[in-house]
Write a protein that binds this ligand. Sequence first.
Ligand SMILES: *Cc1c(COP(=O)(O)O)cnc(C)c1O
Length: 473
Amino acid sequence: MNVSEFKKNGHMIIDWIANYFENIEKYPVKSKSSPGEVISKLPARAPEKAEKFEKIFGDFEKIIMPGITHWQSPSFFAYFPANNSFASILGELLASALGAQCMSWATSPAAAELEEAVMKQLAKIIGLPESFCGVIEDTASTSTLCAALSAREKYSDYAINSEGFGPENKFTAYCSGQAHSSIEKAVKIAGIGKNRLRLIGCDKNYAMIPSEFESAVKKDIKAGYRPVFAVAAIGTTGSTAIDPLREIGKICKKYKIWLHVDAAYAGSALVLPEMRYMIDGIEYADSFVFNPHKWLFTNFDCSAYFVRDKGALIKTFEILPEYLKTSEKSAVNNYRDWGIQLGRRFRSLKLWFVLRSFGVSGLRRIIKKHIELAQYFAEMLAAEKGFEIMAPHPLSVVCFRYKPHKNLSREKTDAFNADLLEKLNSSGKLYLSHTRLCGDFVIRMAIGQTGTEKKHVKSALNMIINTAKNMSK
Ligand SMILES: *Cc1c(COP(=O)(O)O)cnc(C)c1O
């Protein structure tokens, strides 16, 4: 492809993207593709000879698009959102054009300094204390792994990095039974061990019970373990429960445990001052993660990881082979030393575009709207006979189920709701997902796409109510 072809194809693709967003509601939200359908249409070998862009793009439309689930649809209500925006798409496009490798300051000074500036702005936007500084990681899973590794190093006096685990490193870690699977993954990879991750009990709101956390810590210490790592979930993935951060923080301080706060989805809501109660006690935290790639209009990937003591982070990850030595070391941030990867994408560019083109007031307005829509949804559904709201819904996710008859067994109620979910999703008109709370199958309605308006929530409500009632006739 030469420059003039690039111009022609590039303009065409921008038009295509604009049309896609204009027509996105015409696609089935959840792909109707069956397993193997896409791959059966793809050749086993790459072409020997160059192919025309028109042909490649034609196959994108014919083969790839039918196998896409439309995450940006305003009727996408599954999992958590992974929303984007035009500003973010354009920032990403420029980042791919520059193709900069942002491993150190010297390999692109603007990338390092923009990342530093944007993360400072972001910390202020969500009300983190001044003492936190941030770095962009690919995902919350990686951020949490960085936290687990930093905890391991800090509390082994950085010995495990050099000597490996010894018999004296009998570490334990803690999170609630509702916390995200990425924590289990992190403690496995960090060598703490999955069996030494204590799952602490939750109250009726699915939030961690601090007294049970402290008992578990005491018991472990008595048994000769060293508790090093705890995660407080602000907005659990199942039901968006909020762990009591201050009380957990006091316990962590008392026993010298690294406290990591996982607010992957809910962190975006902190743009609203009235939601900052969720991080009351944040001064106890050693690290904090949230994903602008979930609910802050920044396309995947972009995870904001903040630490209170960047020294512990850098001491855990720093490497300095001869070929990476540069003269500016102390004055600037070399982000390769702030995480696992060496090579890094220029992610701050799209985030900068988003923050500026929405403005903080724009971010607040849309996040607030999503939360209000969820409250409206819950209120309307609760007023319908047979529907039950299954957990508190302080954010933009509502967990519910339908119980056609009062005395229906748990198994039958679960099966009914699984059927209901399947029917709704196969309509192509909307997409919801499920979880289990206290063993019960519940449907999750997660509102957070950039283009979601009240009319989309209303039509989802009508579909859910009518489908459930028709099925139970
Ligand atoms: C989504 C989510 C994660 C994982 O996020 P990734 O960026 O996909 O790794 C972790 N914790 C919570 C609470 C989440 O909701």
